[in-house]
Design a protein around this ligand. Sequence first.
Ligand code: NAD
Length: 489
Amino acid sequence: MTADNRAAHVVQQVPKQLFVGGQWRDAASGATFKVEDPATGSVLCEVADAGRDDAIAALETAHATQPEWARMAPRERGEILRRGYELLVQRKDELALLMTLEMGKPVAESAGEIAYAAEFFRWFAEEAVRIDGDYATAPNGQSRFLLMRQPVGPSLLITPWNFPMAMGTRKIGPAIAAGCTMVLKPAQQTPLCALALADILREAGLPEGVLSVLPGSDPGAISEPLLADGRIRKLSFTGSTGVGRKLLELSAPQVLRTSMELGGNAPFLVFDDADLDAAVEGAMQAKMRNIGEACTAANRMYVQSGVAEEFARRLSERMAALRVGPGTEDGVQVGPLIDAKAQEKVAGLVSDATRRGARVLTGGESGSGPGYFYQPTVLTDVPQSSEMASTEIFGPVAPITPFTTEEEALNAANDTEYGLVSYVFTQDISRALRVSERLESGMVGLNQGIVSNPAAPFGGVKQSGLGREGGQVGIEEFLELKYVAIGGV
Ligand code: NAD
């Protein structure tokens, strides 16, 4: 099969309809919308475009299925996840190609995301059977306390385009483990991965009505009726801080339980005493994973003056050597940005920084021709006043700012409303602990450029969000704690 035929085949295999109550169906309005390949700007296919009526239909099935689903044996729920894990692993290659076609990242990275996404199912398959409670005697000895954990109920899951499979499994995994029914609204740029995932879960034996998937071109048309309806009991959102804030407002009238995994503006600190090889390697990972389109992307690199020049030189060499192109081509390391708007945003941030005195060490230009490419870029002497110091770049641009003292680095690092992740490179154990304690972020990468791990709690502080996904606490987001006071014992 030629590469083009293979691409057409994986796209063709994915259902293009809405998944509601275990059935594939067209949108009630009959509408469809286009899915684009960001490497070429061409249309891959059209997908059913969900609206208000479809959202309510999905909610009705989630609500009707909830009691029975909550009663299903935890082991059975875990086994569905386990089969989902196995199917994802088995189909890794075709799913990776599908992801690259709609999202752009190189196929090898897409395969990495499928493996990461599958791990959430494996992790939560194991957590499903560990939901426990407690029993205690009241301090006065007169009554007993029984504590039980129960599913929170029908949940609305909203996911972004940048990790189209893993952001889905990171929510669906704990929701299945906890016994919640769900309505998933994937990002409009990447509906195909979510539809493929629904098909895998159907095959893995997920009962009808537990999960509905509603791709749509107008996100508010799906989310607003659901958030206004008291039958939805939980909103789990991953996306930008701006949209998260709006969804929190819309959740307030129902006092909805929410989990918010929002934007980041990660500082990346390199001290004079760092292992410079490790720091450069960590910078490449923290910056270039996912073409820089990650909430965890190193957004501001602060490098101590003794190593700043050497670090910048080595990083520029590595960045300049990266091969940019369509993610489906062999050997390509940097794919296109998601769309023209993203490309313009990155270009605008770079020209703002250079206007304010930053110097371009490598890159600094959009790619020519079709597709939304941007060259891997290193800037130095980027002033704190530049827009990119306070904005998520979401592209392959590494801004370096030298610093002198630890205090100065910490102040600069914490000077942001975001607080998702920070990175620190130092070989001084005291400094490592001191700085990790003082960084205002939910996660710290210490001498390591990647923090994501399904077995660890992922999440932010400040305006990067509320709650944690993954790890032992991840399932708590989908559970309510009930206390029963027992008298007459
Ligand atoms: P986005 O906020 O534009 O969209 C995220 C999701 O929200 C999509 O499904 C979108 O359709 C939906 N949405 C948009 N407007 C909406 C509205 N008015 N009502 C309801 N839903 C709406 O974000 P994006 O561009 O898809 O993703 C990138 C952002 O996500 C970045 O800010 C990134 O940092 C963040 N992100 C955070 C994490 C995390 O775990 N903290 C992980 C990945 C991405």
